[in-house]
Structures are given as structure tokens and as C-alpha cells.
Design a binder for this molecule. Structure first.
Ligand SMILES: Cc1ncc(COP(=O)(O)O)c(C=O)c1O
Length: 390
């Protein structure tokens, strides 16, 4: 597909040239797990990641991210674990950003040491913090930006330049931004991973992951992917393709709503802090403006209370904004990191990484923004007693 096409068009049409000749304007679903081999050069099999339904999606994601090739997995974690173990071996060292997604953090801290892979976490989000902990054995730098849950911004281009000087492979989890808002390959990164369960699926009803990269690195990851076997079935592929067709318009609306809500929240006396890279007051705003096409649908805010009872009361009063884990769906979701994703840390450990008991992570959906504001206002009324706290 031509490179100059816009993302809205790529979402709908990229990959369609792979569909075998038929009168259908959507990809037919091929549920087969067995394919005739005598008249083809390639042995088709779902776990070889090469069915038509899998390939069409990979083609779309590659077009959106500016990648040469990729692999579609059955979850984000399948994509992350397969990629990391394909790129690292015994004796290697890998550097991660601070505040990694919990599942990835658990993978690293529970599985790496026993495989003889050394790892370090950057002390903060500056490029200098990465530079300071590189060793002659560092083979991979792995980051997330915007970060979870405080939406901190890392400088993708600066980190890729640092890595290139030392022939280190750079990997980014681009889930929070989506390929509509951020394309790290164009900024020098080597490998882009998505938990498709979030924005790519977009309707809170699918679980999948994807890796897109160069043809050379794809082959390296593929060699392990075939052994680990985290492939996905044709019916899920059908739903993923359906979701991807509306990705650009959905993300545009997520961006718009999040900006409106962040601006609304930052004016409230009941709110101590709002973390959203689209706000001029955000410390990463300048870098985000340079490296993102949109600021995304994720924001966090801190209530002017650290009482978990008050936080619960606030959540109970919400009508459309549902207290639930995960993110990136059309429906607005909210969660308290202190009692969900970061509940296993002590309060002091949470404080050290900036997560107070009053912090709420908000995955802004695509409902009408004024309805969301009304919903928040009514929940804030239950906390109005706090207005003087600030
Ligand atoms: C940033 C990020 N990366 C990766 C994952 C893992 O994806 P999955 O749950 O699809 O395995 C998640 C899940 O919440 C996530 O938020």
C-alpha cells in the first residue's frame, strides 16, 4: 500500500491486497487449522502466524507504524515475553524504564534471573538515567511512554540515539499512545509492541498483542514465537480487523475527550493534580508535542484527599464512568492504582513512585464529553466537603 495514505484510510484498506480474489469487501474468515500444501511454497498453519486473517492485520499495523513486518499474538504479554526472550540470552543485560506495566515487571522480576539475564531499571525518565546504567553487556533498552499511571514522557528520539551509538536494540510498549498518536519507528526505535487488548481492540472484548519491526528482527522474534505458540484464531482476527477499521476515528475522539476532561479537572478545588501530557503545565508537554500526533485518552488525577473511603465514595457515585481495570475501550473506565494495579506495594513504596491513595487513573471513553463532565460533577458533589482541603 502507498506510504502517503492517511491513517484513516490505512486503518480501513491496508492489507486488503492480501485478500484472495472474491467479491467481498471484508476479509472472509478462514477458520482452518489445516491447509493443503502441494501447490504452495509456504506451509500455512495458525501457529506459524501466516494465515490470511493474521496477515491482513499485521499488514495494517505495519502500515500504521511504518514497520516492515510483524507478528500478531494472543495477548500483549505473549508479544512482550516472546520478544524479550528472543532478543536476550544468558549473560545479556537489559535496561527498563521506571514504572513498567505490572505484568511486564512481574515477568522480568520472576523469570529473568533464573535464565541468567541481568536487568536494571532507570532511576527516572531522563535519557541520562538510561545512559548511567548501560553496561558493555546491555543488549536491549525497553520503555513505555506515556508511562502508567502518571503519564510521564520519555524522549524516544534521544533514547534511540543513545542506543544506536552502542548497537543496543530499542523496544517500546506503545499501548498507551496507539499507532495513531505515536510512531516510534520513525523516531529511531527498532521494535514496537502493543497490547491490542486496549486501543486496537477498543471495545473491551478482545485480548491480543502485536509486535512490529524490521524484517530482520521479525525473523529473530518469529523463530521463538513458533516455539512458544502464542498465536490467535481466525474469529478473533475477524473482530480485530473490524476494530482496526475505526481505530483512527476512535482515537481522535479519545484524544479530544481527554483534553476536555483534563482541562475541566485541573480547575476543580477537589482535585490536587492532573497528569495529562496535553496540558501545558505537564512537565513532558514539550517532548510529547514533538513526538506524539495526539496526547491520548489516558489521564490521571489526584483527589484532594488520601482517604480510601472517600475515594470509594467518589467511585460509587459515578454513573457512566465505570470503576474497572484495563483501558482503551470506547467506554470510560476509572481505577484506583493504590487498591488495584499497585495494591501489592506498601504505602511507602507507592509514595516513592508518586502513587498516592487519592490517585485515580482514567481511561477516557468516547461518550459525549459533557455527559462525562456531568457524571464527574455529581460524584464530586459527594466530596464537596473537601473543597476547603486545597
Ligand atoms: C501498557 C501495557 N502493556 C502490556 C499489557 C499486557 O497486555 P495483555 O493484558 O493484552 O497481555 C498491558 C495490560 O494491561 C498494558 O497496560
Amino acid at each position: 500500500m502507498e506510504e502517503k495514505l492517511s491513517k484513516e484510510t490505512l486503518c480501513i484498506h491496508a492489507g486488503s491486497e492480501l485478500i484472495p480474489h472474491s467479491q467481498s469487501v471484508v476479509t472472509p474468515v478462514y477458520p482452518a487449522s489445516s491447509y493443503k500444501y502441494r501447490e504452495t511454497t509456504e506451509n500455512t498453519y495458525p501457529r506459524y502466524f501466516n494465515t490470511i486473517n493474521q496477515k491482513v492485520i499485521v499488514e495494517k499495523l505495519c502500515a500504521l507504524e511504518g514497520a516492515q513486518d510483524g507478528i500478531l499474538f494472543s495477548s500483549g504479554m505473549a508479544a512482550i515475553s516472546t520478544t524479550l526472550f528472543a532478543l536476550l540470552q544468558q549473560g545479556d543485560h537489559v535496561v527498563f524504564c521506571k514504572g513498567l506495566y505490572g505484568g511486564t515487571y512481574h515477568l522480568v522480576t520472576s523469570e529473568f534471573e533464573k535464565r541468567g539475564i541481568q536487568f536494571s531499571f532507570a532511576a527516572d525518565h531522563s535519557t541520562e538515567a538510561f545512559s548511567a546504567i548501560l553496561t558493555p553487556h546491555t543488549k536491549v533498552i525497553y520503555i513505555e511512554t506515556p508511562s502508567n499511571p502518571l503519564l510521564e514522557i520519555l524522549d524516544i528520539q534521544a533514547i534511540s540515539q543513545l542506543a544506536k551509538k552502542k548497537a543496543i536494540i530499542t523496544v517500546i510498549d506503545n499501548t498507551f499512545a496507539s499507532p495513531i498518536n505515536q510512531n516510534p519507528i520513525s523516531l529511531g526505535f527498532d521494535v514496537v509492541i502493543h497490547s491490542g487488548t486496549k486501543y486496537l481492540g477498543g471495545h473491551s472484548d478482545l485480548c491480543f498483542g502485536a509486535v512490529v519491526t524490521s524484517s530482520v528482527l521479525k525473523e529473530r522474534i518469529y523463530a521463538l514465537a513458533v516455539n512458544y505458540g502464542g498465536s490467535i484464531n481466525a474469529l478473533d482476527c475477524y473482530l480485530i480487523e473490524r476494530s482496526l477499521k475505526t481505530l483512527a476515528v476512535r482515537v481522535e475522539k479519545h484524544n479530544e475527550n481527554a483534553m476536555i476532561l483534563a482541562s475541566f479537572l485541573q480547575e476543580l478545588p477537589e482535585v490536587k493534580n492532573v497528569y495529562y501530557p496535553g496540558l501545558k503545565s505537564h512537565p513532558g508537554h514539550e517532548i510529547a508535542s514533538a513526538q506524539m500526533h495526539g496526547f491520548g485518552g489516558m489521564l490521571s488525577f489526584e483527589l484532594a484527599t488520601n482517604s480510601l473511603t472517600q475515594v470509594d465514595l467518589f467511585l460509587d457515585k459515578l454513573r457512566f464512568i465505570q470503576p474497572a481495570m484495563s483501558l482503551g475501550g470506547v467506554e470510560s473506565l476509572i481505577c484506583s492504582p493504590a487498591t488495584t494495579s499497585h495494591a501489592t506495594l506498601s504505602q511507602q513504596e507507592r509514595q516513592e513512585i508518586g502513587i498516592s491513595d487519592g490517585l485515580l487513573r482514567f481511561s477516557v471513553g468516547i461518550e459525549n464529553s459533557q455527559d462525562l463532565i456531568k457524571d464527574l460533577k455529581s460524584a464530586f458533589r459527594s466530596l464537596s466537603v473537601l473543597a476547603h482541603v486545597r
